[in-house]
Design a protein around this ligand. Structure first.
Ligand SMILES: [Zn+2]
Length: 114
């Protein structure tokens, strides 16, 4: 495969995964299910990203893999779900966000279960 088609494959697979997993998480009926689905998707996306990178760009894999781990942890840490309205709230890195952007209810702690 040429570099261009490798990159295109990567972009298409990644976009499809991103859209699919977002729709899947949003379609869960309850907040705890959304939270659980998001965790599975975030870890799955990290693994998929690592596998794709290793497959398509083997020479940069050793550089990319630690980055993938950090991004996955930040993604898990920075995504919260409102217990009140179920909205998925993304926080920017290093910013505290304690209230839902849609309904203003207090958001649960980053690693809260339930
Ligand atoms: Zn809310």
């Amino acid at each position: 495969m040429s570099d261009e088609s490798q990159f295109l494959t990567f972009a298409v697979v990644w976009l499809a995964l991103g859209i699919g997993s977002t729709l899947y998480v949003r379609s869960r009926p309850t907040t705890p299910e959304k939270r659980r689905a998001h965790r599975i998707m975030a870890v799955g996306a990290g693994v998929a990203f690592g596998a794709l990178t290793t497959w398509l760009f083997p020479s940069s894999a050793s550089l990319m893999l630690p980055v993938v781990v950090v991004i996955t942890v930040l993604n898990l840490r920075n995504t919260r779900f409102c217990d009140h309205c179920g909205k998925m709230v993304h926080m920017r890195p290093f910013e505290r966000m304690d209230f839902c952007t849609r309904c203003g209810a207090p958001l649960p702690a980053p690693w809260a279960d339930g």
